[in-house]
Design a protein around this ligand. Structure first.
Ligand code: IPE
Ligand code: IPE
Ligand code: MG
Length: 249
C-alpha cells in the first residue's frame, strides 16, 4: 500500500487519496466452496475469517471505516440449513470479535434489523455497542439482516414518528434524513468493492453509495486478500471524482 497517499480529512477530496470509508459486499463464499467440492457453508467459515484479516489490514493502513455486507434481508430465502449455519458462524464470530475489540480497541457496529435476529445474536450486538462507546478510531460496521430499502423505510417511519411527537423539524433535509439511517454520523463510502464476479448492488447501502466509486472483481471473497485490496485502492486512486461538477471549466 502506498502510505504516502494518506487521508486528507479537510473537506471533499477531488483527487482520491486513501479511501476514508471502504464498503465490501462479501460475495462468492458458496462458489468458492463448491469449486473445492465442499459444502457451501465451508465457504462461509473461510469468508468470516477473511473479514478479520481485511479489517485488521484496513485499520493498519489508516482507513477509518470498513462496512461489510454479511447477511441481507433477502438471504432468509436460502435453504434453512444454510441460514442456520450462517447464523451459528455469526454468533461465534461476534463472540470472538468482542475479545479482539477489547484487545485492539476496535469499534464495531451492526447495521440492520436487529429485532429479526435471535436473542443470542441480539445480546452480542448490544455488547459490541457497549464496547464501541469506549473507544475511538477505526470502526468496522457489519451489515446483518440488512437491506438498503428496508433501512430507508425504517428511517422514514422513525422520522414520521418524531415529527408527530414534535421531536423533529418539519423541513426534512438530506442530512437530517441521513441521521435516521444506521450509518448516522459516518461519512459515505468512498469505495464500494464487490468480489465474486457479479456487477450489481443487491440492496446494499442504496442511500450512502450515491457517489461511491465501484470496483468489481471476479476474485471470490474467501480469496480476496490484502494484495487484492491494494489493487482495488490503486484503481480507486486513479479515478476522477467529480460529484456532478466539472474538473477544469
Ligand atoms: C456471500 O456468499 C455470503 C452471503 C450472502 C451470506 P454467497 O453465499 O452469496 O456465495 P455465492 O455467491 O453463492 O458464491
Ligand atoms: C449479497 O450477496 C448479499 C451479501 C453478500 C450479504 P447475494 O449473493 O445475496 O446477492 P445476489 O443474490 O447475487 O444478488
Ligand atoms: Mg452470492
Amino acid at each position: 500500500m502506498d502510505q504516502t497517499k494518506t487521508n486528507n480529512t479537510a473537506g471533499e477530496r477531488e483527487t482520491p487519496g486513501l479511501p476514508r470509508h471502504i464498503a465490501i459486499i462479501l460475495d462468492g463464499n458458496g462458489r468458492w466452496a463448491k469449486r473445492r467440492g465442499l459444502p457451501r457453508t465451508a465457504g462461509h467459515a473461510v469468508g468470516a475469517e477473511n473479514f478479520r484479516k481485511i479489517a485488521t489490514y484496513c485499520k493498519n493502513i489508516g482507513v477509518d471505516y470498513l462496512t461489510v455486507y454479511a447477511f441481507s434481508t433477502e438471504n432468509w430465502k436460502r435453504p434453512e440449513d444454510e441460514v442456520k449455519t450462517i447464523m451459528r458462524l455469526l454468533r461465534r464470530y461476534l463472540d470472538e470479535a468482542i475479545d479482539t475489540m477489547e484487545k485492539d480497541h476496535i469499534r464495531m457496529k451492526i447495521f440492520g434489523d436487529v429485532a429479526g435476529l435471535s436473542p443470542e445474536l441480539r445480546a452480542l450486538v448490544a455488547k459490541t455497542d457497549e464496547i464501541s462507546r469506549r473507544y475511538e478510531g477505526f470502526q468496522a460496521n457489519i451489515c446483518l439482516n440488512y437491506g438498503g430499502r428496508d433501512e430507508i423505510v425504517q428511517a422514514a417511519k422513525r422520522y414520521a414518528a418524531d415529527l408527530a411527537a414534535g421531536r423533529a423539524e418539519a423541513e426534512l433535509t438530506e442530512e437530517g434524513f441521513g441521521s435516521y439511517l444506521y450509518s448516522a454520523g459516518i461519512p459515505d463510502p468512498d469505495l464500494l468493492i464487490r468480489p465474486g464476479g457479479e456487477q450489481r448492488i443487491s440492496n446494499f447501502l442504496l442511500w450512502q453509495c450515491a457517489y461511491a466509486e465501484f470496483y468489481f472483481t471476479d476474485v471470490l471473497w474467501p480469496d480476496f486478500d490484502t494484495a487484492e485490496l491494494d489493487k482495488a485502492i490503486a484503481v480507486y486512486q486513479s479515478r476522477d471524482r467529480r460529484y456532478g461538477g466539472v474538473k477544469n471549466p
